[in-house]
Ligand binder design. Structure first.
Ligand code: 3HC
Ligand code: NAI
Length: 651
């Protein structure tokens, strides 16, 4: 066996076994492709070899092309040629799919003459997540192997095919339950006497008809939310059905290379790597997190309920504490509603929801939190109340229990100043709805122990969240940038720009809603009360346009109007004569602004604030700021985040 290579070749009688061994995910980087070409040449020339088993080392088959190569020009040998040589080989290749076969990995398996699957095998084409389409025949071979109807969801909608699905669809020959490689060798030996099957590209494909395409196009366009790749993937598939595989392949490759070089793909790649690095901050390398089994949440309001749901979904036990029976009952009802909504959205069965809910114990007061490994406080945003809660928690909980606050704005150093063992105190800032939003800001305090910080990151991983460390400043990273964004948007409105035009421009850019629609949805009164409290403390805070609206009773959707008017029970923003009237004096004459100019100004404001945050070392790098904006504030993924966007678009 040649062992220093990333494609290892072994012989077993008439069968050759090629194992792709390129940790961590057996990606098909340049060296692997070069070695595969060599392996093909050697095996084609060797008359004693009757069949080839191709498999992956470890638990994966192949995780795809090597994404780190996508910022450079494609290098020879390229994957499509390599797969074509396998497909045209004069002896059968058996893809022994031992685990995940993604992207180029799935395409490699499709090009083999047979696929044998282990129980954990899965085929997927996640290229659209990276702003590209499959580039090595995936859009052409898969529909010919399993039919257009079964292939489309994999190619353009992120669906995967598991081992049993592969057998049902005829994509795989056999399921191998035990002794995977040995059994694959035995099957390859036995089947090598058969004539070679028709190559996938030469199989017939049936056009499912106009209605199918129309329906698929509408569905995919809607789900894509402005991203280009999903519709391009559909187009490649359809073109191959209409005009045949050779034209389909050429179109696929050209589209793949064009999209690979796009800003959209660069943004999505950047986020792909940033999201992975976020889970492993270099500063915590080698630090072992503490073990968390039982958790406590204090306060069963909006955030407490969401945090509890997130913890239950991740398998934790939760003791949920409220100040009185009625508040607890209300909180537990809200929690039940979260689980029935999750069941309705098919995130789990009704029974599974019940099982998860059974892991929560509702209690009044803090006494029952004594055995928790972690307690997260989510009571009203009130310093004295929070200090009181932590004072009591310190007495009740074990000395090694991690104590966390979910405060949005209050300096956590003040919240925790009464805690004797500062090393166990941390900020865990969730976003609403906490069971859905991916962002978790982890606030490190001067006294927080490294293993407590590491536990925050481990918790985020288990909850499926994207953790970002934040230092201490008002609003931490996200709300501080949000404030700057809103101030800039209001500044434009004061200078005559129509706020509806600002909302429309930001929606067009990719946000689900613009800054004013967002305020109406969340309620203008929250930040108004914050400003009023600061004014009461003697801080000089100028009157905002939002303050004018709140003082007139316009707090947003919940009062039937804020920046916009709303018909009862309807969330559609309508122009408001009252708002125009209320703000008239504070604004200059109407001024038109191009959507591009609006977007550029607002993103520049965010990026400028981001740079200050970096200078102050509140965040660890521009990626951290972009992750906060993408996962906590709806910044469009395809644009990467304000730091990435302003860097790419700097002239
Ligand atoms: N290329 C290069 N590096 C990759 C990679 C890839 N395709 N996939 C994963 N990695 C790296 C990650 O960045 C990470 O690196 P790090 O340790 O330095 O942070 C490491 O591999 C481990 O990755 P994960 O932390 O994500 O490991 P998991 O075990 O959680 O997940 C996985 C494994 C499911 C394979 C996941 O990594 C994944 O989804 N990868 C991307 C798969 C993909 O998109 N494939 C298609 C690529 S495009 C393509 O194939 C084009 C073709 O059509 C021509
Ligand atoms: P909320 O008003 O919905 O809920 C607070 C809950 O705490 C209430 O149910 C109340 O009865 C309970 N409570 C009060 N005193 C208590 C005590 N002594 N013991 C136990 N429970 C007590 O507030 P919300 O929105 O959930 O906010 C909670 C915290 O989370 C605040 O610090 C807020 O700033 C922060 N936060 C809020 C976000 C949001 O979008 N609502 C987002 C992120 C953080």
């Amino acid at each position: 066996m040649m062992s220093d290579l990333s494609v290892k070749l072994e012989r077993r009688g008439p069968v050759a076994i090629a194992t792709i061994d390129n940790p961590p995910v057996n990606a098909l980087g340049l060296a692997v492709r070069q070695q595969l070409v060599r392996v093909i040449e050697v095996l084609e020339a060797d008359d004693t070899v009757r069949a080839v088993v191709l498999t992956g080392a470890g638990s994966l088959f192949v995780g795809g092309a090597d994404i780190t190569e996508f910022d450079r020009a494609a290098e020879q040998p390229q994957l499509p040629e390599l797969l074509e040589r396998i497909e045209r080989a004069c002896k059968p290749w058996f893809a022994a799919v031992n685990g995940l076969a993604l992207g180029g990995g799935a395409e490699l398996a499709f090009a083999c003459h047979y696929r044998l699957v282990g129980p954990t095998a899965r085929f997927g084409l996640p290229e659209i997540n990276l702003g590209i389409i499959p580039g090595a025949g995936g859009t052409q071979r898969l529909p010919r192997l399993v039919g257009v109807e079964n292939a489309l969801p994999v190619i353009a909608e992120n669906r995967q095919i598991d081992a049993s699905g592969a057998l049902e669809l005829g994509l795989a020959e056999t399921l191998i339950e035990n002794d995977f490689v040995e059994a694959a060798i035995a099957l390859a030996t036995e089947m090598s006497v058969r004539p070679l099957p028709t190559p996938a590209l030469a199989l017939q494909v049936t056009d499912p008809g106009e209605a199918f395409w129309a329906d698929a196009t509408a569905r995919i366009r809607k789900a894509a939310k402005g991203a280009s790749a999903p519709l391009a993937a559909l187009e490649a598939l359809r073109l191959g059905v209409d005009r045949g595989a050779p034209e389909g392949l050429a179109f696929e490759r050209e589209t793949f290379l064009r999209l690979r070089a796009s800003d959209e793909a660069a943004a999505l790649r950047y986020l792909f790597f940033a999201e992975r690095s976020a889970l492993r901050p270099p500063a915590l390398k080698g630090v072992t997190p503490r073990r968390i089994a039982s958790t406590g949440v204090v306060g069963a309001g909006t955030m407490g309920v969401g945090i509890t749901a997130a913890l239950l979904n991740a398998g934790y036990e939760v003791t949920l504490s409220e100040r009185d029976g009625a508040s607890l009952e209300r909180g537990l009802k809200a929690l039940e509603a979260v689980f029935s909504a999750q069941a309705k959205r098919k995130m789990h069965t009704v029974e599974e929801g019940q099982t998860r809910l059974a892991r929560v114990k509702g209690v009044v007061g803090l006494d029952n939190l004594e055995n928790c490994d972690l307690v997260i406080e989510a009571v009203f945003e009130d310093l004295a109340l929070k200090q009181d809660v932590f004072g009591k928690l310190e007495k009740v909980c074990r000395t090694d229990t991690i104590l966390a606050t979910n405060t949005s704005y209050i300096d956590p150093r003040r919240i925790g100043e009464g805690i004797a063992a500062q090393e166990r105190f941390i900020g865990l800032h969730f976003f609403s709805p906490a069971q859905v939003m991916k962002l978790l800001e982890i606030i490190s305090l001067p006294g927080t122990a490294a293993d407590v910080l590491a536990t925050g990151f481990e918790l985020a991983k288990r909850l499926g969240k994207v953790p970002v460390r934040s230092g201490i400043c008002e609003g931490f990273i996200g709300n501080r940038i949000l404030k700057r964004y809103r101030v800039e948007a209001e500044f434009m409105v004061r200078n005559g720009v129509d706020f509806a035009a600002i909302d429309a421009a930001m929606r067009e850019f990719g946000y689900a809603m613009g800054p004013f629609e967002m305020q109406d949805m969340a309620g203008l009164d929250v930040s108004f009360l914050n400003r009023e409290a600061a004014r009461a403390r003697g801080e000089q805070i100028p009157e905002t346009l939002g303050d004018i609206l709140v003082r007139a009773g316009r707090k947003g959707q919940k009062t039937g109007g804020g920046w916009y008017d709303y018909a009862p029970g309807d969330r559609k923003p309508l122009p408001s004569a009252e708002t125009s009237h209320l703000l008239a004096e504070a604004r200059t004459a109407p001024k038109a602004a191009e959507p591009k100019e609006i977007v550029a100004r607002l993103i520049k404001a965010m990026a400028d604030e981001g740079r200050l945050i970096l200078e102050e070392r509140i965040a660890d790098g521009p990626e951290a700021i972009d992750l906060v904006e993408v996962h906590g504030y709806g910044f469009p993924r395809t644009k990467g985040g304000p730091m990435f966007f302003s860097y790419r678009n700097a002239s």
